[in-house]
Design a protein around this ligand. Structure first.
Ligand SMILES: Cc1cc2nc3c(=O)[nH]c(=O)nc-3n(C[C@H](O)[C@H](O)[C@H](O)COP(=O)(O)O)c2cc1C
Length: 432
């Protein structure tokens, strides 16, 4: 069965420049704001609950439920913080909204703020996204000039200011509490939870933190209805979502699919199958912190529960495909150096352990490792996971644990061979 794709969120095939406010409005843009204003806060939240959207930033927490945690009666200001850090390797979906459809995100900010009586929203953008920040800033300025933001949003009397805030390029600042620290001007180091940001967030005030795609989906939910959006997906995981496929496939890129499509079909039909028609060797299903999967595991529905039952996690929906011929030690080496570089250093197991793991993998790849290093590697990974303030520790250990579990023979062969035994070139056009 062909995989159904949609263009509710991913509108790149329309041939229109939605960054232009006039083009955005001509396509019905900002009409959902007026509808939402008439509905009122409670009804908007109920619609988002009916849509059954699970957060698109990786953890998959139900959006409507999280919105419900933001206190209604408080004398403190409340904030909306949009997480546009997008640092997870293999993930490149939020970039689409920031670069090509920024008004969709702003419209989502307005409706979300109206739902929760918020009057200040921050879009926290990763430092490397300089051009994207310019694009979003221009869209904010255009919206302001047109009376869509500011003291009287579209004549409704509602007041909202939206600001971008640039990170400095640290992956850890995608973790929501490190992000809040960074937004407050401090080093990006995660906070202990609880309290959760919904109760004590930015500047000590209740703060809703949601991913770009989660917020950009809100106008679609309000325009078409929560139940309608829900039905694009499955029971516990509603809607359509963007997935990015990279690696050794014939048609890498961004696709919008209904939650629940089969992963094998997505790889072989949507993404055109494996380069040079090689056999598939491994798949990382949702950004680099998810457990690696083998070809036998990919007949799974792409839902948070479906991929979890298959032994990994859906994460951000960034699928990394590896063909036969890929050296799994080298692949893990790349990932481990990333996590060692990005550890914020606050927790000892992560600060010391991520570098230790990377050095052992360097030794394995270079043929310098001793037999006992394999067990040490696994032991270090096991000691990091679950023993840190934030999930970066888990993100660093899960690849090590899963690569060793699924491809241990290949690690052993590196030790026995005194180097990499994988022969032959990588598929054309890809780097080893
Ligand atoms: C190390 C680390 C990095 C993260 N990076 C991001 C990120 O770049 N973007 C994002 O939306 N969420 C990221 N998250 C998840 C956030 O902490 C948070 O769950 C998310 O922003 C909530 O939004 P959602 O409920 O809409 O998914 C990261 C988490 C961790 C532990």
């Amino acid at each position: 069965m062909a995989v159904q794709t949609y263009d509710y969120l991913l509108r790149d095939k329309h041939g229109k420049d939605y960054r232009d406010l006039a083009v955005y409005r001509a396509a019905g843009g900002y009409k959902a704001v007026l509808k939402a204003h008439q509905m009122g806060g409670e009804a908007i939240i109920n619609e988002v609950k009916a849509a059954s959207i699970r957060g698109r930033g990786g953890a998959g927490f139900p959006a409507g439920v999280k919105w419900g945690f933001v206190p209604k009666d408080t004398n403190k200001p409340k904030y909306l913080v949009v997480n546009a850090d997008e640092g997870e390797p293999g993930t490149f979906k939020d970039n689409y909204f920031l670069s090509h459809d920024p008004h969709r995100l702003i419209e989502g900010c307005i409706i979300t703020s109206m739902a929760l009586d918020i009057h200040t929203a921050y879009i926290y953008v990763r430092g490397e996204f300089k051009r994207q920040i310019e694009t979003v800033d221009k869209a904010i300025a255009d919206a302001h000039k047109a009376g869509i933001l500011g003291k009287n949003v579209l004549g409704t009397g509602y007041q909202l200011e939206v600001y971008t805030h640039s990170g400095a390029g640290a992956y850890i600042c995608g973790e929501e509490t490190a992000l809040l620290e960074s937004l407050e001007g401090k080093p990006g180091q995660p906070r202990l939870k609880p309290p959760f940001p919904a109760v004590v967030g930015a500047f000590g005030c209740p703060t809703l933190v949601n991913n770009v795609e989660t917020i950009a989906s809100v106008p679609v939910v309000i325009e078409h209805g929560g139940e309608w959006f829900h039905k694009l997906g499955v029971e516990r995981d509603g809607g359509s979502r963007l997935i990015g496929i990279s690696g050794h496939v014939k048609k890498p890129g961004l696709y919008e699919i209904g939650v629940g499509a089969n992963m094998r079909e997505v790889i072989y039909e949507l993404a055109g199958g494996i380069l040079e028609d090689r056999p598939l060797k491994a798949v990382i299903p949702g950004g680099s912190s998810c457990a690696v999967m083998t070809p036998e595991q990919i007949d799974a529905p792409m839902t948070l529960d479906g991929i979890r039952d298959a032994g990994s996690s859906f994460g951000t929906g960034g699928i990394i495909v590896m063909a036969e011929g890929t050296c799994m030690v080298k692949a893990l080496q790349r990932l481990s150096h990333f996590y060692a570089h990005e550890s914020c250093g606050q927790c000892t197991p992560c600060r010391e352990g991520t570098g230790w793991m990377a050095r052992i993998i360097d030794d394995i790849e270079a043929g310098r490792a001793r037999q006992e290093d394999l067990d040490t590697l696994l032991e270090v990974a096991d000691q990091i996971g679950g023993n840190t303030i934030c999930a970066l520790g888990d993100a660093a250990s899960i690849p090590v644990q899963s690569f060793l579990q699924k491809f241990r023979a290949e690690f052993q062969a590196h030790i026995d061979h005194g180097g990499c035994p994988i022969e032959g070139p990588m598929p054309r056009g890809t780097r080893p």
